[in-house]
Ligand binder design. Structure first.
Ligand SMILES: [Zn+2]
Length: 286
């Protein structure tokens, strides 16, 4: 071999060596990995009928790569129907290797003896009137303001006033017909989609029960007032709850309304407050 040949040979061998290394590297990187999938939360979850199932998801890895976003979930849970539901989580890596996990969610009928009854079109859950986007009131349901609730409201306003806080009532009992007009007005002003997030369709307003009041002022900036803070921390002592808490719009159907209180009586209001749940969650209904 002359000098040029030798150089070419060395170059060829080096290239070959690099190719082999690259091939081995890619084999090691891709072919040796089988994805791993791991459940967050429990393999067997149990919820009560009507409760919201809190999906904790899964984590999936291919080697050190987090491929959780590639996980496909199949299966559905009907939390209103007792039974055992199966959720299957599957993931596939780029080489087509798969991994899967299964979770079983049991929906129990519950021994909390929740009793739901509808009397003349009005829904009662364990004797408590429930009005939300799923449970309306007939147009002729016209109880006017509830005197016990109003008395309690006056007491709460007086106590707040002694502390220099203004909890003036800006809205109380509203008849079906009043709500028709109000909702039409909001529809026109904001469009139906926006209006529906804060204003109820006639027959679906809690104000029609005579048990709900708006105090202070009904604007999102009310949240930052001393009045709102005091109301949130004290209204249960007077039998009220903040009916539409922050971050619970998916359950209550309404965005945060720190000014809207619903009368439940002192005992129940206290229990609901203590539970940290919305009225729907506390009663175990939708
Ligand atoms: Zn209101």
């Amino acid at each position: 071999m002359n000098k040029t040949d030798k150089k070419a040979f060395t170059f060829f061998v080096s290239m070959l060596f690099i190719c082999v290394i690259l091939i081995l590297f890619s084999l090691a990187r891709y072919e040796n990995y089988t994805p791993i999938i791991k459940l967050n939360g429990l393999k067997n979850e149990v919820i009560l009928m009507g409760e919201v199932y809190d999906e904790k998801g899964v984590k999936a890895f291919n080697g050190a790569d987090d491929i959780s976003s590639r996980v496909v979930v199949s299966g559905k849970i009907d939390s209103n129907k007792p039974g055992v539901y199966k959720l299957k989580y599957e993931v596939q890596n780029q080489e087509g290797k798969t991994a899967s996990e299964t979770r079983y969610v049991t929906v129990l009928e519950g021994e909390d003896n929740t009793s739901v009854s509808v009397v003349d079109g009005v829904t009662y859950v364990n004797g408590v009137i429930l009005v939300n986007k799923n449970h309306g009131l007939p147009s002729n349901y016209d109880p006017k303001v509830n005197h016990e609730a109003l008395k309690s409201l006056r007491l709460m306003q007086a106590d707040a006033s002694a502390l220099g806080l203004d909890l003036t009532m800006v809205s109380g009992y509203r008849s079906y017909q009043t709500q028709v007009k109000l909702h039409d007005y909001y529809d026109l002003k904001y469009g139906k989609e926006v209006a529906d997030t804060f204003s109820a369709e006639a027959g679906y307003s809690e104000h029609q029960t005579g048990l709900a009041f708006d105090v202070g002022y009904a604007d999102s900036s009310f949240e930052y007032t001393a009045e709102a803070k005091w109301l949130e921390n004290n209204c249960h002592y007077y039998g009220f709850i903040i009916r539409y808490p922050k971050g619970k719009a998916d359950i209550t159907g309404y965005v945060y309304e720190p000014w809207h209180v619903r009368y439940l009586g002192r005992e129940l209001a206290y229990k609901v407050k203590e539970s940290g749940l919305t009225l729907e969650e506390y009663l175990g209904v939708n």
